[in-house]
Design a protein. Structure first.
Length: 674
């Protein structure tokens, strides 16, 4: 061991404890105390420390969530007590019947206390903690034995690798659901589509597919979450008397439980709870397919016991299905803003998860072929949350005679221009560009949308008319619309016309990021637009940037860089931009964070303590913009440590190693060098 490993060991222990604490605040209490960036910085510092001193790595270190080398196959393991399933109630009558049975068996007229929890749609697992340390995790399997997915589960960030508290149980087998939140599911599927990999049919499949990966490094990249709901075995500590308090107890040990859990009394309250979750279902960050009601008293549970493979004391009251079966009448082709032509299924209308659905997306022609969709097919439709309904699969056994495969038209259904499909792309595109009215409408809609220029009152109906009557060919012409143009449109009275003109005037004052996003450059979403604005500071700098310079922006790769370059090379795009500026669209330009000379290239800085004039993140970004590397831990290779107020041990370490320590004034000077 070298001289500084004493302080390194202490620092690693402090970081580990802080990271465990922040993990708990984030995943279990849903009440984070630090930003994601701060968390990531601590994690990076610990990673660096462990890389320098491998002997400091512990099995429960938060750095150990990256996955392990692939397995040949999963071992199997026996559950300490069988994992049961739940009886279902599909309507209120069945729920009422359940409640009556419970009261009859318990020989009581009184309303029963229930613990209500959302029924998460994922994959059931059992987790074993021995002396507070996570030692084994199994899938449900057949209920008696499951697959050993311990290494995969270790990568799930919300799963505590060690229990919190001074006296955890000597043995705890806890059950819960591993699931994938909707946003993560969308992200994974978008990525799959882009790479030509088959997307997952729903978040449940995505969770199952991710957890049952032989290569846990893949699991580590998937946004899986854990939610615990019951205890199989406990030794060394007594459980409280009720399910509700059991959940509280699990939470205190650091295990995530549902924030939607409720203790309720009687059937009426159960109905209210069901209705409440049913109405909020679409707003939740994850999919649920019902509400589980469990008799709250554990003594009463013991008295009720089990039938076959389900407890008599619990029931899952299911929500109406998110999938339905209907007939696909025809396929239409819709032209989007970037000219991408999407096949849309026109359906025999059905109610899916409470809403009437008559259109569903088929994404692209590869998907049509992969799902083997024919016109006239009976199809399964899925609608989850606010995502566009989609055709999940067809039922080929119900295919009528003579059903035909939909074909992509060779010319654009809106403007008649040629339709092409570029090498390596899933989408077919109309080549009409802004000549194509469909693309023009979409471009205007995007330009006016809330996260772009936010033009209040410029809705779809008005855009349609503006384009159909050739009042607006390019977005800049929005700003030359006159009151008389607007009142000539259907459904636009004098007052609304004036409001719209005011909204257009107000929208002229914007930010560079919004403006860049509003342009509707392919591959440039809101986050990329923000990154570009921060990096270049001015529109001119961005417009002149080469593909190499564009690639220096965080998250911009060659494909995006090429798309941006191509956009700004088009003379008509430059004309529209110039016209927008002439019309008075303006923003405050900032200092470029990067892209200029790199005077600090080759140097490495460590930031510590709190700075007065800027956050450490901002300082770090600007240093990186000038070519410096910013790391979390001090080593002999560090150029200098920049210390703000209350700097901590990094300054001591720098002094030990003879690394210069700079103050905020020096930092300012550094950042001015250009
Ligand atoms: S309790 C003996 N609680 O539903 C009680 N299960 O259909 C067993 N599930 O295999 C389970 N959320 O995967 C329980 N809050 C919850 C649940 C839940 C989802 C799943 C679980 C189970 C299946 C039974």
């Amino acid at each position: 061991m070298n001289a500084d490993s004493g302080t390194a060991a202490e620092r690693a222990a402090v970081l580990r404890e802080r990271l465990h604490h922040h993990n708990y605040r984030y995943y279990v209490l849903d009440d984070p105390e630090v930003t994601d960036a701060e968390y990531d910085r601590m994690l990076r510092e610990l990673q660096d420390l462990e890389a320098e001193h491998p002997e400091l790595q512990t099995p429960d270190s938060p750095t150990q969530r990256v996955g392990a080398p692939p397995l040949e196959k999963f071992d199997t393991g026996a559950h300490l007590v069988p994992m049961l399933s739940l009886e279902n109630a599909f309507d209120e009558a069945e729920m009422t019947e359940f409640d009556r049975r419970v009261r009859t068996r318990l020989e009581t007229e009184a309303a029963v206390d229930y613990c209500a929890e959302p029924k998460l749609d994922g994959l059931a697992v059992s987790l074993l903690y021995e002396d507070g340390v996570f030692t084994r995790g199994l899938t449900r399997g057949d209920g008696t034995t499951g697959e050993d997915v311990t290494v995969n589960l270790r990568t799930v960030a919300s799963l505590p690798l060690a229990l919190r508290g001074d006296r955890p149980p000597s043995r705890l087998e806890v059950r819960g659901e591993v699931f994938m939140p909707r946003d993560g599911f969308e992200r994974i599927n978008a990525d799959h589509r882009e790479r030509g990999v088959k997307p997952f049919a729903n978040p449940r499949n995505a969770a199952a597919g991710s957890l049952r990966q032989l290569d846990s490094r893949i699991t580590a990249k998937r946004p899986l979450r854990l939610c615990c709901y019951s205890v199989g075995v406990i030794e060394g500590v007594a459980l409280p008397d009720t399910q509700y308090e059991t959940l509280e107890c699990l939470q205190a040990w650091g295990l995530p439980v549902s924030p939607e859990r409720r203790r309720i009394n009687g059937l009426e309250a159960a109905r209210a709870c069901y209705d409440d979750l049913a109405t909020r279902r679409a707003e939740l960050a994850y999919e649920i397919d019902g509400v589980v009601f469990k008799v709250d008293s554990l003594a009463a549970q013991a008295e009720l016991g089990f039938v076959a493979r389900a407890p008599r004391w619990a029931i899952a009251w299911k929500f109406p299905a998110e999938e339905q079966i209907t007939v696909l009448r025809t396929v239409e082709f819709q032209v989007g803003r970037t000219g991408a032509i999407t096949p849309v299924a026109k359906l025999e209308p059905v109610t899916v998860a409470g809403a009437r659905v008559s259109n569903a997306t088929l994404h692209n022609m590869d998907e049509v072929a992969r799902k083997d969709v024919h016109i006239g097919d009976t199809v399964v439709i899925r609608r989850a949350g606010d995502v566009i309904p989609e055709v999940v699969r067809v039922l080929p056994e119900k295919r009528p005679e003579g059903a035909r495969v939909p074909e992509m038209p060779t010319t654009c259904p809106v403007c008649g221009s040629d339709v092409v499909r570029e090498e390596g792309e899933a989408a077919h595109r109309c080549t009409g560009g802004l000549y194509c009215r469909a693309q023009r409408k979409e471009a205007i809609r995007h330009f006016a949308s809330r996260r772009a220029l936010d033009i209040d009152g410029l809705g779809e109906k008005i855009i349609d008319q503006l384009v159909e009557r050739d009042l607006v060919e390019h977005v800049d012409q929005l700003f030359s619309l006159r009151h008389e143009d607007l009142v000539s449109l259907e459904r636009l009275a004098d007052k609304s016309a004036r409001n719209l003109l005011d909204a257009l005037e107000a929208a002229k004052e914007t930010t560079l990021a919004r403006f860049v996003y509003a342009l509707g450059i392919r591959e440039v979403g809101e986050a990329t637009a923000k990154a570009l604005a921060a990096h270049f500071g001015s529109l001119d700098a961005l417009m002149e940037a080469s593909e190499e310079q564009l690639c220096e922006v965080p998250d911009v790769g060659p494909v995006v860089a090429h798309s941006i370059r191509t956009f700004f090379e088009q003379p008509h795009n430059r004309e529209v931009i110039a016209a927008l500026r002439t019309a008075g669209v303006a923003w405050t330009e900032g200092e470029p964070a990067g892209g200029g000379p790199k005077p600090l290239a080759g140097s490495t800085y460590v930031l510590t303590g709190s700075l007065e004039e800027m956050t450490r993140e901002a300082a770090s970004e600007r240093l990186q913009g000038l070519g410096a590397k910013v790391t979390g831990s001090v080593s002999k290779k560090t150029t200098a440590v920049i210390a703000g107020a209350d700097p901590g041990s990094k300054v001591d370490k720098a002094r030990d190693l003879g690394v210069p320590v700079l103050g905020e004034a020096d930092l300012r000077e550094l950042l001015d060098v250009r």
